[in-house]
Design a protein around this ligand. Sequence first.
Ligand code: S3P
Length: 448
Amino acid sequence: MAHSGPMKPMTAARSGALAGRARVPGDKSISHRSLMFGALSIGETTIDGLLEADDVLNTAGAMRALGADVVRDAGGRWHVRGLGVGGLIEPSNVLDFGNAGTGSRLCMGLVGTHPFATTFVGDASLHKRPMGRVLAPLREMGAEVLARSGDRLPLTIRGPKSPTPISYRLPVASAQVKSCVLLAGLNVAGVTTVIEPVATRDHTEKMLAGFGAELSIETASDGARVIRLQGRPEFRPQAITVPGDPSSAAFPIAAGLIVPGSDVVVENVMLNPTRTGLLDTLVEMGADLAIVNRRLSGGEEIGDVHVRHSVLKGVTVPAERAPSMIDEYPVLAVAAAFAEGTTTMLGLDELRVKESDRLSAVAAGLAANGVVHEEGHDWLKVTGGGRIGGGTVATHMDHRIAMAFLVMGLASGEPVSVDDVTMINTSFPEFHGLMTALGAAIVPAGDA
Ligand code: S3P
């Protein structure tokens, strides 16, 4: 896949026991939403702990382009002065979202019910990802879309003058699609309804309520969540503290479990139950994992995750759990390579349309490093044991593929290389420093 800058290969080698405390950066999902909701509020929203990674910085740039005032002070606190719901202005240039599916899809919702044209571009990975899933409901609301065939970026959306409120049943379990429709519904008179057959992360609903939107959530007789949002609310600016990202915490947690002798505490991890599928799975696999110091921060439960090296055993991860750990399968596959027996992961169809086709990227990485596995169209089986490592993994512009396989190298017999780590900056720029401070041997390829 085309890559805009020079690629930076890295190698991870078998490490001594990992030890110490680490604090992961702010949650990416909440960071995007904080900037967007701040842009819809009149007055100043402050954000502490914003994830300062490329994906989120692109969202900050987009909110500026749409008229919000977004600044970071010297102490690292972000200040957003918005324009009120319905007050966004036509951007004078294209919005470049880089690698960010969430930033781009949620922003399509924001502008999709404003009567002006917005053009979305991104990197080669984002240009391959399906956007029809968010464009379909926006078209129902009256938006016009000019896109490449297959509804890919680059594309332009022009919102209607009088958008129509819709009731939309999600055809895929996607928090991005749910959020796009709800954000679009903010600028529509009347009630916008989203019906979610399978629950996905609920940050948008929680934050909408926090900013003052009127919304109700009910469970239908078939178990679906029905979210009704009253349009055109007045948003009150908020003081937000972003909790630590469980999807980033997953890497030092998995490393602590598979590297012999390790004892690691990952602090400040968000424990919202729509995000904790990996922790539940690791516990089922026999992980020595304890959550200590549970507390509330910014409306979310957080805690410190204490892990010690463990003998893991293979389990079956049911399809229903996929939404609560959708970004964690690459690193779970790596942990499974060190477990006794076979781990079966079901319901993985959405992995095919992430930053890369993650199912085939993971399978290829396992194959390159001698791990016994089987890939199905929406499932993966990984059998632990054997001599692992010695391969180079193609990351396909996918940050989580890069981080997961570097974690593999820390516990494998032979080093593991990845072809490029530059994309790690999209979500977790501190990854290398944090991991090496715990004792991980991760060095530029060639120095190994
Ligand atoms: C996200 C939702 C997930 C996840 C992504 C962040 C969000 O995507 O993979 O990293 O912030 O809403 P889907 O909801 O499309 O599965």
